[in-house]
Design a protein. Structure first.
Length: 535
């Protein structure tokens, strides 16, 4: 019985070690995948090279990450491969734009439907109901398109045929990030910068298919819609990711234990050694570390790009990361096999992506503050049109009359037939309704150019553009100053590194001098011997 158990243990141990060795060999083979430029062909091997190319040129190429064989692509021109890859990226971005356009159409149709809904709760909150349902549908589309993006990014990266594993990972990482970043943030950009900007005015609304009026922002401002969009997507996405990272391995391991109990029984399963029980755990996903990086980078972008509109995002991200640290620890220890270690010089292309997100977040928050919020219009009114205009100050009482100044006058007789106003008997408080107010900076109907933009509109627009320029330049200047004052490497460490580099160069120089001196002495001795033998 003991001999039988020893044989079983040796069998499973051999199986495990073989799996580890093959996994390591796949990675090594991927790096050396028949790259002709890395082979130092000598002149006397010109006859062997055509035979070697004929034998191996049609071999399948191993994917550096998945380890699966891929058909050989005969693309000799590097630029043609890049054009194919760029075309694929452009096509996928068009798919995202089409999906966002579908959400926009849904919002336009649904907001009018909810406004005439029989249930008073939905009818009175039609804008919030439209945004909530649209966000949920948008989240489902994001999750479905992410599955498609991974396959497309893998295909496009293989078409490029990178030379090394690091180049393959960088190319695949950039494509996956671009796809998922655009997919995740496209609807948010629409709400932040396009929602309610091109609806027209009363009496001249822009309509979809000449029927549905384009959606406007919430009466309290576009920041409410943007905050609701970000909050729902962030909570749903973090919940889904945590469930898939922990729930999926739990279900798989439960099914594996059930199969082992059915095959070996309870006693046989209990007698398995620890390493065999570890082997029966789920193998780490080939994209495991990549998925972790991608999730954190997308969370960082989603948190920082629109943090001015949703200040609660950093707190939600912190809570999610605290929970995910414990979930990852439990998953690595109890649900996954021990992953294979691999060396890396740095985080690769992720550093450049983080730098790009930081720059984009500064520009985006500047636009959110200037365009979406009422910060700039209030300042313009306080210093230019309010009671304190011309005094160089904006203290208490300077905002009196701001609401009235931000509303324009419209004559109800100028309404379109399809958008006639509705009041009880066309009267309000016993008087016929002749005029109404709406948020905009336009001239009254009896002006020489009725409903034209007022001078205050152009002042607000100029102030917004000036704020964007000043804000981003100020932030970038502070960032550069901090980076200069706090270097990446301390001065003493940098000096030690320079000294070590200098000493290494000196050692190499002395070794080269010693080698040359030795060759010179050997040549002199050889010449002396030849002169003695052949006088």
């Amino acid at each position: 019985m003991v001999q039988y158990e020893v044989k079983i243990n040796l069998y499973f141990m051999n199986k495990y070690l073989t799996t580890v060795f093959l996994e390591f060999w796949k990675r090594r083979r991927a790096v050396l995948a028949y790259d002709w430029d890395l082979i130092d062909w000598e002149e006397e091997e010109d006859e062997i090279r055509p035979q070697f190319e004929a034998k191996y040129s049609k071999k399948e190429r191993m994917n550096p990450i998945s380890g699966k064989p891929e058909p050989y692509q005969d693309f000799t021109d590097k630029y043609s491969r890049l054009i194919v890859s760029a075309s694929g990226i452009f096509f996928m971005i068009l798919v995202v734009i089409a999906a966002v356009f579908g959400i926009v159409i849904y919002r336009v149709i649904t907001v009018s439907t909810f406004a005439a809904f029989g249930w008073a709760l939905i009818r009175n909150n039609s804008q919030v109901a439209t945004t909530g349902t649209a966000v949920c549908i948008n989240f489902c589309m994001i999750m479905l398109l992410n599955v498609l993006y991974e396959k497309v990014a893998l295909l496009l990266t293989n078409l490029e045929q990178p030379r090394t594993e690091s180049e393959w990972e960088n190319s695949f990482t950039l494509k996956m990030f671009l796809f998922q970043f655009v997919n995740l943030n496209s609807s948010t950009f629409y709400i932040a910068f396009f929602l309610g900007r091109f609806t027209g005015r009363p009496g001249a609304y822009l309509r979809l298919i000449n029927r549905w009026k384009l959606e406007e922002c919430h009466p309290s401002g576009c920041l409410i819609d943007l905050c609701l969009q970000m909050g729902i997507i962030m909570v749903l996405k973090q919940t889904w990711n945590n469930f898939m990272e922990l729930g999926y391995p739990l279900i798989q391991n439960w099914w594996t234990r059930r199969r082992l109990r059915r095959e070996h029984g309870e006693k046989a399963k209990a007698s398995f050694p620890q390493w065999e029980r570890d082997y029966n755990l789920q193998p780490m996903n080939a994209y495991g570390l990549f998925d972790e990086y991608l999730e954190m980078i997308l969370q960082f972008g989603f948190t920082t790009i629109f943090v001015a509109a949703f200040p609660l995002a950093p707190l939600l991200a912190l809570l999610n990361n605290v929970i995910e640290i414990r979930l990852d620890a439990y998953k690595f220890v109890t649900q996954w096999r021990r992953p294979l270690p691999s060396q890396a010089k740095d985080i690769g292309i992720w550093y450049g992506i983080l730098e790009g997100i930081g720059i984009l977040s500064v520009i985006t928050n500047a636009f959110v503050i200037a365009v979406t919020s009422d910060f700039i219009p209030r300042l313009v009114y306080a210093y230019k049109y309010g009671p304190c205009a011309g005094q160089g100050r904006a203290g208490e009482g300077c905002m009196i009359g701001y609401v009235n100044a931000s509303l324009s006058v419209f004559r109800v007789s100028d309404f379109e037939r399809r958008s006639q106003y509705r009041t009880n008997g066309s009267e309000l408080f016993g008087q016929a309704v002749k005029f109404c107010r709406y948020r905009d900076y336009r001239e009254p109907p009896d002006f020489a150019e009725p409903y034209a933009y007022t001078l205050q509109f152009w002042h607000v627009l100029a102030a917004r553009l000036a704020f964007i320029i000043v804000f981003e330049h100020m932030v970038f200047t502070i960032k550069t100053l901090i980076a200069y004052l706090i270097p990446d490497l301390p001065k003493d460490l940098r000096d030690r590194m320079r000294r070590e580099k200098y000493l290494i160069q000196e050692m190499m120089y002395e070794a080269e001098l010693e080698r040359l001196q030795k060759e010179k002495n050997e040549k002199k001795n050889k010449d002396r011997v030849q002169n003695k033998e052949w006088p």
